[in-house]
Design a binder for this molecule. Sequence first.
Ligand code: FAD
Length: 297
Amino acid sequence: MKITDIMKKRMTFSFEVFPPKDHQPMEPLLDTLEHLYGFDPDFISCTYGAGGTNVGRNMEIMKTIKESGKAIPVTHYTCIGNKKENIRKDLEKYLEIGVNHILALRGDFPKGWEETRGDFDYANELVEFIKENFPEFCISIAGNPEKHIQANSFEKDITHLRAKQDAGGEYIVTQLCFNMDNYKRWVEKIRKAGVTLPIVVGVMPVLSRDPIIRMTLTNGCSIPRELAEIIGRYWDNPEDFKKAGKEYTVKLIYDYINTGIDGLHIYTLNKWEDVTDIIVAAGIRKLKEVPGLEEAL
Ligand code: FAD
């Protein structure tokens, strides 16, 4: 079953996880996955280190999810520092382990880099390559409701999004965006520009002060007044910050669902307990389906 087929019938529900660093054990993530399966997600995506760091672990996680039979595994994949021959080999390996969903990305430049130093400069070229050589893949692409930080203009960024659609992208997964007005304006603009793809909205749980400030600012995203107040009010109180942040995240999820999205994708940050609180409070999935939930609450 392709994710895009599910979307034709209903809104999808999914998670993003990231691989542990090479020297760290896999067990905590395996435990996280077991808990996330309890929510019956349609798919679980796993990040991919730009430049190919942690590739082995990404594959291992993809294989684990595939073998569980409990969610469709979606790998992120970047073209930073990547040559066609290597990309070809990696994609063959994904297909061998039964992974045929891919989020095709350029990736963020490692420190000091100003170009990809690989065969492709932009994600649309990677999408085109996958489409031509590996038509088995269902390809998703990244979208930035508040403009990609390196794009010269909002309009140009949308033109580039359109190029990814035209190259073969089948659905969009969005960058974090806390500003609903900006999100709605972006949807209106991309539709006018002929971008017709389904949109899976990525939601970043608000759990601790510094990561939220870092992630919003490094991605050029705005911090709405309500979130700014939470940051200011609970500046020195991580516990209350988390409590208020979770409530804020639940409200954000409602707001997104009310706009009529095609999918809801939670960036879990590998924190299943906090994510569980948010999902249960938002009423998206039933309590009894989640192993270990009662102890967590
Ligand atoms: P592109 O679509 O190539 O765009 C990059 C920039 O170039 C944009 O400013 C765009 O406007 C511009 N551009 C695009 N095409 C052209 C063109 N033809 N000519 C001129 N300019 C152009 N990063 C990771 O390293 N690993 C991950 O696992 C990962 N997962 C992500 C998941 C999601 C849902 C999102 C939204 C982002 C993720 N990222 C990840 C971050 C992503 O790699 C960065 O945002 C990166 O800087 C851009 O990737 P892209 O695929 O959007 O690039």
